[in-house]
Design a protein around this ligand. Sequence first.
Ligand code: ANZ
Ligand code: ZN
Length: 714
Amino acid sequence: MKYNPQKIEKKWQKKWTVDKLYEPDFASAKKPFYNLMMFPYPSAEGLHVGNMYAFTGADIYGRAKRMQGHDVFEPIGLDGFGIHSENYAMKIGAHPAAQAKVSEKRFYKQMDSIGNGFAWDEKVETYNPEYYKWTQWLFIQMFKKGLAYRKKAEVNWCTSCLTVLSDEQAEGGKCERCGSAVIKKELEQWFFKITDYAEKLLKNLDALDWSEKVKIAQRNWIGKSEGAEITFKLKDGGELKVFTTRPDTIMGVTFIAVAHGSIYAGKIAVHPVTGAELPVYATDYVVADYGTAAVMGVPAHDERDRAFAEAHGIYVSDAPLLPYDEALKKCGGKKETRFRLRDWLISRQRYWGPPIPMIHCEKCDWQPVPESELPVLLPRVKNFRPEGTGKSPLASVKSFYEATCPQCGGKARRETDVSDTFLDSSWYFLRYPDACTTEVPFSPERIKDWLPVDMYIGGAEHSVLHLLYSRFVTMALHDMGYVDFEEPFTVFRAHGLLIKEGAKMSKSKGNVINPDEYIERYGADTLRTYLMFLAPFSQGGDFRDESVMGIYRFLNRVWVLVLGNLTAGSNGALQKAIHKTIKKVTEDIADLKYNTAISAMMILLRELEAGEPVAEDVKTFLKLLAPFAPHITEELWGMLNGEGSIHKSAWPVWDAKFIEEDEFDLVIQINGKTKRVIKAPKGIDEAEAVRLAAVDGAPKRVIFVHNRLINFII
Ligand code: ANZ
Ligand code: ZN
């Protein structure tokens, strides 16, 4: 019988689903383990191999945990609302609502084919009214808590998506969704007060077991600065305040710089200590919405100030620094803490999202839609394209915006903006454990048992987007009494990125890999194992066509080994290799170092092929391989009369007596001082140690400690 992945993979996927193999028993689980991966926004083109890379890596972790005795919950869903999906629909000339159904079908079919241990009974799709009803509910809770408010401000506007964007989605002046230039526009918008949580978002990071680079990105984004506010009197009356982290440089101030548009430009300020006159300039480098939008210019100590002073012929003072506290006292400064973090701009002038559940009444101002009237359904309209007028397409749908005020019953107008996609994904992990409930956004009992998430795996590009927003929303829900934890993800690991033959995968280069083709040719087991073999999971890897075959051959050899003549009993000669591999694979999986785990299994396979393996040894090997190649191992497990599913079998444990190293570090001392450390075979006697140490001359005495050291007294 030949290895035929096409046949066995489909068969097992079906059987696993029918048997509900990966559905946890929510009610009676003893060791709940929530294994989460970031849900994607799929397009009809389907799953990118990069998604598959992330999902496989997360799945291996979950599968190992399951075999190690945990009740693993590994859900999946899709984030199909929002600008990205809408842009895609527009590009191919489809209606986003119709396109969503096409993409959804394709997505789930693909997700089935990769062989993950998903809990299929608990899916979420963000565009389903049963889901977004609760996204709207969340908006209303934020409003009631004073965490959602409207303000007119200079906001980011994507010139291509024709909508406003949050700061996080406009980093570096480019739209996070489409890459187009982002400009500033003065508009009134809805904001979430994430800044109320700046201190907590920062402080809690220390205790989180997260990839360090993600923590650093969040710290920088939150950007806490401890400094002081110092007041400068203006010569012709009035005053202005600056924010500085360097009050000690006060004696060197020779000018004041303010943001463009400030009323102070052109005036003269007075130095609070010396009384010197300081010109006030409007400049580019002062940011309008940071600090007080005014800076004390110290050309002697600050580079930007120096460049500006040189360009404008401003005097550079060489006055000495003052001790920090003395400086603060002399100029009457006030200690201040500032954050770089801005409030989360949440409204979008687009169609494909949850309508913001608010109603505006001339008399009663903004009122939330009564919760009994949720969801505010997104109407199916033909003209869904963004217009660029600063208004959503729904603003021209009279039947939608006409409303009565929930407060006074008078004529009122419904909000026509929709909320940001990142609101949809800021709470989906709370719904998964009871994804079909219609009564509540999330089940309190299941939340209690299953959250916070034990392991979350996803892309580092979401460091200050999804990961920051989710933390904020969870903290807010905690303070409203809905959940009893502040942090949603106990452990987070960022996976690396896949490239293709040294280059970034992109449609324009035509080098995007479609996983389906490889699954059809070689099977999901080969593709999964290949992807994980490339490099440590946190690093990503370089996909090369010709190397896929190597893994395919490896799995074929596993097949042949099991189908060959296995002897009964036990083979003592192989035990050392087997136990070493168990240890290595177990530890590597815990560290997400899947590549070295696979290498270790390749080495073991060679030893099994060369030795005389017995069925028990081969079963152990299959168990280790099961998280990586779930189908072939399940099939072979059955052939060896393994009990039940291999994926519910007990993970092998290593016996320390087989692991012991053959070598030890022999410390060589002269008169008690360590001179060298060398590797020596365990169990050597004094004479052999003397020979290995090769010390010149005849010592007075030799002290030898078995398996540890040799000391020459000279
Ligand atoms: C005088 C000074 C002397 C400063 C010196 C720095 C070095 P962070 O750490 O980012 O908070 N600053 C204050 N408000 C600003 C604004 N709206 N736009 C641009 N720059 C602004 O940096 C705070 C420092 O950045 C402040 O301390 C101020 O310059 C400048 F040797 O004051 B400093
Ligand atoms: Zn855009």
